[in-house]
Design a protein around this ligand. Structure first.
Ligand SMILES: [Zn+2]
Length: 247
């Protein structure tokens, strides 16, 4: 795979994944907040399986666990700092009701998901530097888990009064940074096995941070613990099955 093919695949996984979520949100008349919470939990479960079954395993295989742990710490640390210094979003919380509040939430959420798509793109790009099979598994799984995330972005925009084309455009755009991440992963990951190991684990750390700090707490808040656990279980199961099928 050349770097531009990897970039294109990352971009498509992001834009098609979140865009498909946007379409679902447009067609579903009034997505129930509990349902939105449960599918965010599903996205979290898929991400957890990607972090441990794909990224960390491949990172340790590439150049041993010290580099893998260093990358994990760097990824978690970088997202901790981002979280600290950038405005924060909390998806599908139910406190605010006005149209303006919905729009503001939707736009913040689109920015948040856009940022969150950078390390996921990095995972795809670095994955392809590891092996084509790993890259493809990651592209499919990450693209799939973007559907619920796209729905979470699109629903408040729709209630906030955006026209359907505008909802779709903003939602699909929030997936675009994945192309940039994939490009970085493809360029950096190919330098050496140690760098590959670091970048895979960095993506894992960033994703683990996002799952624990945002997706799971938001799912719990909106869907309650039992529905969230069910969503996480289905997500992790899907991740395991896909890893078995494609690796
Ligand atoms: Zn995600």
């Amino acid at each position: 795979m050349t770097w531009w093919e990897v970039t294109l695949l990352g971009l498509l996984a992001g834009v098609i994944g979140t865009g498909a979520g946007g379409l679902c949100a447009i067609f579903l008349d009034r997505p129930n907040p509990r349902f939105l919470g449960a599918i965010l939990a599903f996205a979290a479960g898929v991400m957890l399986s990607i972090v441990f079954l794909e990224l960390m395993i491949e990172s340790m295989a590439s150049s041993g666990y010290p580099a893998a742990l260093a990358g994990l710490a760097l990824g978690m640390g970088a997202f901790y700092l981002l979280d600290h210094y950038l405005p924060h979003h909390h998806p599908v919380s139910t406190e605010d009701h006005g149209q303006g509040a919905f729009l503001k939430k939707g736009v913040l959420l689109a920015l948040g998901i856009g940022l969150h798509n950078l390390p996921e793109g990095l995972a795809i790009g670095a994955g392809f530097s590891g092996s084509t099979g790993l890259g493809l598994t990651l592209t499919i799984l990450i693209g799939l888990h973007d559907i619920p995330e796209g729905m979470a972005v699109a629903a408040p925009l729709k209630f906030g009064g955006y026209s359907y084309p505008k909802v779709l455009l903003v939602t699909a755009l929030s997936g675009a940074p994945m192309g940039l991440g994939a490009l970085a992963g493809a360029l950096i990951g190919g330098i050496s096995p140690t760098i590959l190991s670091l970048s895979l684990a960095f993506a894992a750390g960033a994703m683990l941070y996002i799952v624990c700090d945002e997706l799971i707490p938001d799912a719990y808040e909106t869907a309650g613990s039992h529905l969230s656990i069910a969503g996480i279980f289905v997500g992790v199961t899907l991740g395991i099955v896909f890893t078995e099928i494609f690796n």
